[in-house]
Design a protein around this ligand. Sequence first.
Ligand code: SF4
Ligand code: SF4
Length: 909
Amino acid sequence: SITFPLDPEVVDEFSKLVENIVVVEEKGPIIEDQIKTILTDLVQDGKIKKEPSVWGKIFPKDADGFPEESGLTPSMVIERLGGLILEIGDPCAKYDEKKIHSELDLLTEIKAYGVLVPPRSPGFCAGCPHRETLSTVHSMRDQPEHKDIFAHGDIGCYSMSFLPPFGEMHNLTAMSLGGAAGSGMDPFVTNKQYALMGDSTFFWRGMTAISNSIKEGQDILYIILENKNTAMTGHQPTPESGHNIMGDKTTAQDIESIVRAMGQDQIYVRKMPPSNREKYMKELDKAFSMPGTKVVIADKECGITFHKRKRAERNKIIDKQGYIPRETFINISQEVCENCRECTKNTGCPGLTIIDTDYGEKIGIDQSTCVSDTYCTKIMACPSFEKVIVTRSKPPIPRVKKISLDNIPAPTRHEFSDTWSAFISGVGGMGVGVLSSTLARAGTKEGYTVKFNDKKGLAIRNGAVSAHINYAKGSAKISTIVPNGKADLLLGLDMLEAERSLVYASRARTTAVVNSSVIPTIPMLAGMMNYPADVEDNIRKHTNSDEYLSGRIGEISELFYGNKLFTNIILLGMAFQRGLIPVSEKNLLEAIMETVSPSQRARNAEAFELGRKFAAEPEYLEFKNIVADNKILRLFGAKESYIELLARKSDTIAHSYWMWWKGEHTAEEYRTMVEYTVAKMNLDEETNRNLARRVYDMIMWGGLDYARKYVDRVLEVFAVDQPEKNYAATKAAILNLAKVSLIKDEIYTPLLLTDDEKLERDKVRYNIDEENGDRITYEHINRPEFEVFGRQLRFNLPQWLAHNWLMNIFKHAKFTRGILTRWGWHKKELGFRDWYSDQVIGFFLQTAPTNYELALRALRVINDPYRPNEFAVTGFREVIYPKMDKARKDFEQLIGSSPPLPEIPVLVS
Ligand code: SF4
Ligand code: SF4
């Protein structure tokens, strides 16, 4: 490295020794240009005869040199410098040509991986109050008068507003300049405008923007997001906090009073919490409709500080008595969920997740991330949401077997000669920073030179985060960045992020230890893209596959500790036990203890040993070997066989008290109907299971006759189906006809919400053992709708009514369906069912013998074109109606009575 500006005498001396000068410089050619100028002067002054060639931004033959944009990495320098040395072949330079070739070959190999990884942009935390503002404004755009509102913003957590799913920031300027952008635009546009402003930004310079808007008579709404923190940079106090950075009391400055003073009571100012979505929407609507400058202060504490306090209180109670006596969770009934993604699109909350069910993908709650602030329930897009209230009088029974952590054999340590590198990748909040600090501390204790680098900033809010750790022995040189392909260990806290980090890995050098639990990105949650199927294969392919180690550690951590927070330390234990971390057990354990908070030391020490156990005896990575009760396995995706399902569902029907004396008979009929159909079709296990499950559902919806009609129609499809097409149409008919027939009306939905299978699953999920004194109760979040004499009656079910006892009454009111239907109740859904059964399946039956592909495409007109087992026509009421209309239109186009529907475009990967 050299100083700036350069000393011409140094350049003079240096230029006499060499023929080529290479300037390795980030950004613009500052040093390079100075050297060139000095050299030219030296030639002119006759001090040197010939100036050496200078290579920096441009290499010989006009090739690209070191880039001017972004920064440099060790690999980039190796690649450019290595190529340059070979190209110019300077005889004065001593270099190892073989070594350069091997380094360049490695970089070429890495470039050829060609792995495309979906982006993981950061997003608002679970419980973040900003979500409540953005979701509300975003939904208001559905109204024509709010469609074209301009949104300005600047720097803070709320900068993430421009990202999916909201896209609510049309320009992002420097801190506090959102309002200024609005001011500049105001004279030229007639659109309504709003500017988002954080509370710290308000005090930084934001208040001058508001003052200017008032002065200019600008038509703009300022939404001040008052979360009582400088949240993005680490929760420093704001002038409103009433204390200084040392924690001493100071005068609290009140934003509302300041704004009112600026406006001299002549501008509209309103302060309110954003949590009551309906009220808040009305308030914003009112503010937008007024002319001039308006200020709405969204007053709610940062979710991180609020829930950290709550967690600490919770941990205190657990430490004292071993359990929480009463706790409320938010749950989504997977039976009722339609996978319409309205909740994910309108909240982007990472507390929501995608789950795999017998009915395809559904949305569920990630119990480790959700903070039960109920915001997703306020979207009111469906009746799937419910509050689950768990009460206990004793500590819950552990869900895992007792595993002995004694006598784990000492690992065989993989030694290294000069340098050792690890790359850690994960998602914000998973503890990547804890691991990098631990490894840095442990390496220092071991006597190595340690350099490390953490990716921080907005990414820590659910985005992709990573850390580089490098150890060196003696005089070996290391950077803070792991050179491409040179990681000895790839520690993947998240599988997708491990795949994204493959540039640091190579087959020859890297061993990957990975948490294979799936963590979807926000665009995936919102249904904008899918989780790729080949992630784990790619990681294996580009690392040392013989030593690759993975497991669903997130879920395992949840089973042992009730949340996923210990995933990082379990993985560390696994890597250590495989000898992949070149430090002693003592140093590593000490480093963990120094890094984690004192109250969590014991649990982290145990999690580390647990990880070691998993690596020493990998059979423990299988859920079946650790769960205390096999029922738990179904929560983790274990499927029961067709025979088991048939027996269980028959038993449910036989013992349904509300079937009265008909239970046994109905169960017998059910079994016969399914067995007859299965025997006749003789298809695969999965199809048999799908059929058995749906025939049960049909009986529950409309009785035996309804189920018989369904089975008969499926058999008609089967009769013209083709074995060489793998009976694709029959399989589609089983799923699709059930989907359109099982209308989730105000009778069937309560039945689903109180179905035995669901209740049993919830008991397992919330670890309820009635013999242990545990209880579970429900409060459903439901907005039933009835159509009486052509008039729609829709109302929010009051809390005191929204319990299982009322659901049990509703589900027995099947007799009302006939009357209500005559009055027009759910006529769109019923019409759609009949249309699908009569016209679509009718078309298939007619067309399949001559044009099977067209007939099958028609049958799948309600499915996702790229994933035929998933539905495109999903949701409730206003959400599903346009999709039904589209399906009908697509069908008309397909069968040729209107312009032809184009081919399904091929997706480019
Ligand atoms: S039905 Fe739609 S809104 Fe309701 S939980 Fe499922 S995906 Fe979310
Ligand atoms: S209740 Fe819903 S919005 Fe709130 S944290 Fe949980 S999943 Fe997210």
